[in-house]
Design a protein. Structure first.
Length: 217
């Protein structure tokens, strides 16, 4: 009998493969992007990563007492994720761009919609759905982040200091995924499982749209 984590991976495979086939991601993995494209990516990353801790807090606040073990896990996630948006701003600064303009700027509509959908799903739907977003963001990071960081750094001739976010998240999220798998295999309620699967499939589309919104010219 398969575990829920295995089922989650299986039932989101098509959406995952579609997202990983996006040209912006493919070119990034090869290092075939300009500095402008890399900083455009970092800009959108900042505008969704800054919501990670607030989203985790929102999710934790709605977890029922019968799933207190899950709230404890969310507390661990929060401790791990605090301040990562500042890493991105540092990378932007190392690329020679105005990080404060990014901090006070607005995301592209695709990024805003992805974040809004996550908040809405937690507030109006099943708070456990948020773990579908965790699967997508951390899984994509494992697939691409460290490898892409090295390829882009070589291509653009940038300092390693301009890749603190990408370089750290590839290896960091491999550790997180082991923790995530064990966590998901404790989720037994069918409604919770369906909510997580649905969110993951939606997030592969919405996160994919964030990458699609980054111009390649």
């Amino acid at each position: 009998m398969s575990t829920f984590f295995e089922r989650l991976q299986s039932e989101t495979q098509t959406a995952r493969e579609e997202m990983l086939g996006i040209e912006q991601l493919q070119r990034g993995a090869r290092g075939d992007i300009s500095l402008a494209i890399y900083t455009a990516y970092l800009t959108e990353a900042y505008h969704h990563v800054k919501h990670t801790t607030p989203l985790l807090m929102a999710c934790g606040s709605r977890i029922p007492s019968s799933k207190e073990w899950l709230r404890d896990a969310i507390a661990e996630y929060i401790e791990e994720e605090l301040g990562h948006q500042e890493w991105i701003l540092n990378d932007i600064r190392e690329c020679g761009e105005d990080s404060e303009a990014v901090r006070h700027g607005q995301p592209k509509p695709a990024t805003e919609l992805m974040v809004s959908y996550a908040y809405d799903s937690i507030a109006r739907g099943n708070p456990l759905s948020f773990f579908g977003m965790v699967l997508v963001l951390e899984g994509t990071s494992i697939n691409l982040a460290t490898h892409a960081a090295e390829k882009i750094r070589e291509s653009l001739g940038l300092s390693q200091k301009a890749f603190s976010y990408l370089s750290s998240h590839g290896s960091l999220d491999i550790e997180h995924m082991g923790f995530f798998e064990k966590l998901m295999n404790r989720v037994e309620d069918e409604d919770d499982q369906q909510a997580i699967i649905h969110m993951a499939n939606m997030m592969y589309k919405l996160y994919g749209d964030v990458f699609r919104s980054i111009p390649l010219n």
